[in-house]
Ligand binder design. Structure first.
Ligand code: PLP
Length: 460
């Protein structure tokens, strides 16, 4: 918990001194106490109004305190707060699942609703394994997964093993499955060779997946897993045109499933409800979370392609998995209302428009900054990669924990902005990055304020 390099900067003086007993990420330092919030602002117990430029962890996509969602939650609470989904279904879960299935045109024909992104990823992994045991000609030997370097897929032992978050994996390595391997990301800033064209780079990346299939034995691989647009550990790298399509083709050739993790990049964050809509690919399994419930309730989901559902239907007819809080009525009612509001308020065009504006402003203000190596993003999901030297792209040493320092600097009263620190740099894997992910209803004025404050934090 005493992470390297995090000792240099202090949280603002307003941080409480005495522990209440809550276990925070950092044991020796307590975060600011949030007591309220409205729109894009959080309010602390000392009255500091912090511009939440990241929706927390790309979650609060409607901003804070939307009365319409409060009402939906209260209505559901009055009707029925909980019923056990092993015995009963409930209207809220039915409504939400139908909305999600319809949003894919029925391509994904079932939704499995859980409480966190991690659980959705776990469910995807188990569903993939089960699928191969229930094919008309079963393939129980398919137990391996391929994922990517510097990916993040969650924090339980299964999802941690799928991902590649070096510092979070390190001490648990002995418990992480050896049936999961990792290949390079699509990461033009550092991965593309000089003089290589986009097409050549994409072809090379697809070949690397092909090579990994061959190394493992193609008929032992259950699935390839990727974030449609990586967030936490690599920082908002939009997939190059044709990249995901080429990777899916490799999976298809070898009969493996193609799983897209849209926990962070999905549900509107990149400008379309599902990030894969922009990539001309359809996943076999898809995870969703953050923007699904916008933080009004802990909720996530696994969307399952019809052909997988059909296979299970013709097999045991059940998913060998269950959780007490799956399809939770209040969480589902909250998420259903959030999704209705995204449609009613026509927010996706705003995500696209404001995203372009945010990108333009970041480039205008920071393209020539000596320590901003790369600016990249799509929709309202942008990252800046910070480097010691722009020419050589040399990263900061992990001990500097540059992105965390940005975060703590942002929280000083004179800046009052919450920036999302990427965790790649602290792992010593990539350069540090900071992420901006404002709410879908943000305005030009707010975007200008976010960029002004971000630039000041970087300068400091
Ligand atoms: N998958 C991705 C792509 C994520 O970004 C995250 C969290 O940031 C997770 C899974 C884990 O989600 P949760 O923190 O809700 O368990």
């Amino acid at each position: 918990l005493n992470m390297p390099g995090l000792s240099g900067k202090q949280f603002p003086d307003t941080a409480p001194q005495q522990s209440s007993g809550v276990l925070y990420h950092q044991l020796r330092r307590e975060p600011l106490t949030v007591v309220g919030g409205k729109g894009s602002y959080l309010v602390t117990d000392t009255g500091l109004e912090i511009l939440d430029a990241t929706c927390g962890a790309a979650v609060s996509c409607l901003g804070h305190s939307d009365e319409r969602v409060h009402e939906a939650i209260l209505d559901q609470l009055k009707k029925i707060p909980y019923c056990y989904s092993l015995y009963f279904t409930n209207t809220a879960a039915e409504n939400l699942s139908k909305l999600l299935v319809d949003s894919t045109g029925g391509i994904m024909s079932r939704a499995y609703i859980v409480s966190s992104g991690t659980e959705a990823v776990e469910a995807a992994v188990k569903m993939a394994i089960q699928y191969f045991t229930e094919l008309p000609v079963p393939e129980p030997q398919r137990v391996k997964f391929i994922s990517r370097h510097s990916s993040y897929h969650g924090n339980t032992l299964g999802s941690l093993a799928v991902g590649h978050h070096a510092s979070r994996r390190r001490i648990y390595e002995s418990l992480l499955s050896k049936n999961i391997s990792h290949i390079p990301q699509c990461y033009p800033y550092r991965g593309m060779k000089p003089n290589e064209t986009t097409e050549e780079y994409v072809t090379r990346l697809a070949q690397e997946l092909e090579d990994e299939f061959q190394r493992l034995g193609p008929n032992t691989v259950a699935a390839f897993v990727a974030e449609t647009m990586p967030g936490a550990t690599l920082g908002c790298v939009p997939p190059l045109p044709g990249y995901l399509k080429a990777l899916k083709a490799v999976c298809k050739r070898h009969g493996a499933l193609f799983i897209l993790d849209e926990v962070m990049s999905g549900m509107g964050r990149t400008g379309t409800l599902h990030a894969w809509e922009q990539e001309d690919v359809v996943p076999d399994l898809q995870t969703i979370a953050k923007g699904l419930g916008a933080g009004y309730a802990p909720i996530a989901g696994l969307l399952i392609n019809k052909h997988v559902v059909d296979t299970l239907n013709q097999g045991t007819g059940a998913f060998v998995h269950s959780q007490t809080y799956q399809g939770h009525p209040v969480a589902c009612a909250a998420a259903y209302r959030v999704q209705q509001i995204i449609q009613e308020d026509n927010l996706l065009p705003n995500v696209r428009e404001m995203g372009i504006y945010l990108g333009e402003l970041l480039h205008e203000r920071l393209d020539n900054h000596p320590h901003v190596g790369d600016i990249r993003g799509r929709g309202l999901f942008w990252a800046m990669e910070l480097v010691q030297d722009r020419e050589t792209k040399q990263s900061y040493p992990p001990s500097k924990a540059v992105s965390w320092t940005m975060h703590t600097t942002g929280l000083k009263p004179e800046h009052a902005i919450s920036l999302m620190p990427g965790s790649g740099g602290a792992d010593g894997v990539n350069g540090d990055h900071i992420i901006l992910a404002p709410p879908y209803n943000t305005t030009q004025e707010e975007i200008r304020l976010i960029v002004d404050r971000t630039v000041r934090v970087i300068q400091e």
